[in-house]
Design a binder for this molecule. Structure first.
Ligand code: ATP
Length: 333
């Protein structure tokens, strides 16, 4: 795969006379491969907008490297700008203009052929309302018009800051379909969002940022798997056997917590090992289920932990190092 977007060690400190220095980005890394819908997640104030604005040359970083489509930016921005569509601030449209007139004006300003106007209106599903004034549009329609404006130059990379913000479930669903359609047409889409369930549905890969550092990155399924911990929920035919089972499993090297009607078991290589250890003592499992995590729980877990001050390595790399450590206990193959 080819990286469409690469950011390494990005640093940005805001200085104000009243509030002093504030480090918004502290050596941030991010890579987005071609043709992906990539979710950029982080709590309020974690540095998402600063990253996107820096990438687009709207603010100057204090250090680090960035490349778009293999070209170093900001130096190469004049070269790559024509291949990047972005909505980082909510665009303001003239309320009395129709969607078609709005895009027509923008097309002229960007030297884009007028034939593209109806194409993008169709792409975002506004072709039937193209002749209506923008002031009659719902928020979702305005958001789609904003996306249409970013699509005018047929970019290879589309960057959207919170595209689903303020949308109702129907609007969110439309936005989701649009993002997937764009990616299917070969475009790379980066979107920042707080709506984690939505990101899980839309995105192929994610970067999670916390306090100006990357805390996790990769395909959504991998990020979830890395943080699922391989935990299992174990129920037995007789609840009264739970304490004995907990002891047996603990002795075999697992980490076990006992609940009213089940055990939570971690540190097990293969679920079948649980069944084997218990069956050897005539204890029979009635349920053995992996505990699934969603992006929201991973997000809360990761962004709740502060990165190490002065540690330049990205936090998720420290997690990977830990995960490679030899397994504890007697669960082997
Ligand atoms: N112009 C500015 N001057 C001073 N500090 C700023 C400025 N812009 C952002 N910050 C600070 O930098 C940090 C990162 O802010 P940023 O807006 O990049 O975060 P964000 O992840 O986009 O947050 P949100 O999701 O709330 O938009 C925050 O502590 C914020 O207060």
């Amino acid at each position: 795969m080819t990286a469409v977007l690469e950011i390494a060690g990005l640093r940005k400190t805001y200085k104000s006379r009243r509030r002093g220095a504030r480090q918004a980005l502290d050596g941030f890394d991010m890579t987005v491969e071609a043709g992906q819908v990539h979710g950029f997640l982080g709590p309020n104030g974690s540095g998402k907008t600063t990253t996107l604005r820096t990438l687009l040359g709207l603010i100057k970083p204090n250090g680090g490297r960035m490349a778009i489509l293999g070209q170093e930016v900001p130096a190469a921005l004049p070269v790559v700008a024509g291949q990047v569509g972005a909505i980082v601030e909510s665009p303001q449209f003239f309320p009395h203009f129709t969607a078609r007139d709005t895009l027509s004006l923008l097309a002229d300003a960007g030297r884009v052929p007028q034939t593209r106007v109806m194409e993008v209106l169709e792409l975002v599903g506004l072709q039937e309302r193209a002749k209506e004034r923008v002031k009659t549009y719902s928020l979702g329609m305005k958001q789609r018009l904003a996306v249409a404006s970013a699509l005018l130059k047929n970019p290879k990379l589309l960057i959207l800051d919170e595209p689903a913000n303020g949308l109702d479930p129907g609007g969110i669903r439309e936005m989701r379909t649009l993002m997937r359609d764009l990616a299917a047409s070969g475009m790379t889409v980066v979107l920042s969002s707080h709506i984690l369930g939505e990101i899980q549905l839309i995105c192929d890969s994610v970067t999670i940022i916390s306090r100006g550092r990357r805390v996790a990155a990769g395909p959504v399924a991998e990020v979830l798997a890395q943080h699922s911990g391989g935990g299992l929920r174990v129920r037995l035919e007789a609840v009264t056997d739970l304490p004995v089972a907990a002891e047996l499993l603990t002795r075999a090297g697992a980490q076990v917590s006992t609940h009213a009607d089940h055990l939570m078991v971690d540190g097990v290589d293969k679920p079948a090992a649980v069944t084997r250890v218990l069956a050897e003592r005539d204890l029979y499992v009635s349920e053995l289920a992996p505990v699934t995590v969603d992006l929201e729980s991973v997000f809360l877990e990761l962004t709740g932990t502060a990165p190490m001050p002065g540690q330049h390595r990205q936090v998720d790399e420290s997690v990977v190092v830990g995960a490679d450590a030899p397994a504890q206990g007697g669960w082997g193959v």
